[in-house]
Structures are given as C-alpha cells and as structure tokens.
Design a protein around this ligand. Sequence first.
Ligand SMILES: [Zn+2]
Length: 270
Amino acid sequence: MPELPEVETTRRGLEPHLQGRRIHGVILRRPDLRWPIPPDIERALPGQRIAAIRRRAKYLLLDTDAGSALLHLGMSGSLRVLPGDTPVRAHDHVDISLEDGRLLRFNDPRRFGCLLWQPPGETHELLRGLGPEPLDAAFDGDYLFARSRGRSAPVKSFLMDQRIVVGVGNIYAAESLFMAGINPLREAGKVSRERYQRLATAVKDILGYAITRGGTTLRDFISPDGAPGYFEQELSVYGREGQACVRCGRPLRHASIGQRASVWCGHCQR
Ligand SMILES: [Zn+2]
C-alpha cells in the first residue's frame, strides 16, 4: 500500500510535469472508485491551469482556480504522466489530459483509491481534523508529550492516530518505535518528554530517508511501462517476527496492537 513517502515521491515526480499546465479534458472510464466521482471533476477542470500539486496526509491535491481535485491512491493506485496516445490498459480508470498533449493517468486495480472535488477555499471533510504533517516543524517531542497526557492507549496506536499526526502507517510506527527504543505497548500517557523527542526525531528520520530513497525511482512516473515507483523498505522490525533483533540478537516479539500486526524487541524497547 502506498504510504506517505510513496505519495510524496509521487507528488515530487509529477510536479514538474503538471505545475503550470492547462487541463484539456477529463475522461472517466467508470463513475466511481472507492466513492462516486463527483461530476464537478468533468465540468470544472477542463480549461483550468494547475497552479500546484500538493500533498496533505496521503491525499494529493491538484489546485486550480475552480477548485481542487483530491486524489488518494488507496491500496494499489498509481499516477503517471504519459504521451496522449498511450493505449489504455486494464484498470486505467481516469485520464486528465493536458494541453501539451500528454495525460495524467490514474490506474487502480483494487479501486480503494478515490477522486473527489474540493471547491475553492473549502477543506474537504476527509481533510478536516487531521493532525500535523510529521515532517513539519509543528510535529515534535513537545507536541507528542502534550497530546499524550492522560491517554492510556498503547503508544503505537497513539502514533498511528491521524488526529495526532498524519501518515505514520504501521510500517513507520513500528520502525520509529524501534529506533527510539520505546515498547509499542507502553501507555502513551506514560512516555516521557525526552523519549517523545527521540520518537519524533525517529519518525522524521525514517520518513525523510524513505522519501529520499523514493526519489531514485522518479523516472518511473513518466515511463509507460514503468512500475509505480514504490521502493523496497529496509526494515529492522516490521515483518521480522521471530527473527533476531538487529541490535541485540534476541528474537523479536509480536502481537496485535489495535488490530495491527506489531513486532518489537522486548530487550531494546522499554
Ligand atoms: Zn534488541
């Protein structure tokens, strides 16, 4: 599933091809993805100039004067910029054609992605109430410490709560807690300020590194035959239950925390 780094990598890959370009037309090959595609998309976008392509959490926004197209890649979605005469393949659900003759094509085999509409000046309900971006300065140890007081939920569930901070999925939560030496089952309200400072730094380092790595696959976004450009993770704990801890060599523990598979080292994470 595309996580925040893949979505940011997608945004960076698309930006030079989309920003400032005028939209020629929109082709919807089905009326819905995860949710119905609003008719405003077909009505309002043609003729508009793409002022910016932004990311908020795992959503991408194509900003125009008429409003913003709001995209989510879901479980299996990908976006690519292609020559206008590229043959349509299975699961190519949406084309946004540009006046330069190319098109932005959305492919999504499992259709958990979405294409929605946000009028100018509004914030779509899906974006309301979201916590800060993990790479922004507003997200730090003091913030996590303040928000966690009085909370008895496991720190891993707290870190994955989109109202606390966006885009820290299961993989990145597990890896960040390992890097910070915090047991994922510990009550969020009982983690010290100093340890939250380590955790915030770990989240930023791990997501930032993943985005940097993703940058190596950017060319795939303009290749008709290229893979979507997601990259292999280098993982210390996620998916390694029962294997040796990379730090101390003891077998890693695993359990379900908040219905999510969780792996950690009982020795290195307290
Ligand atoms: Zn260990």
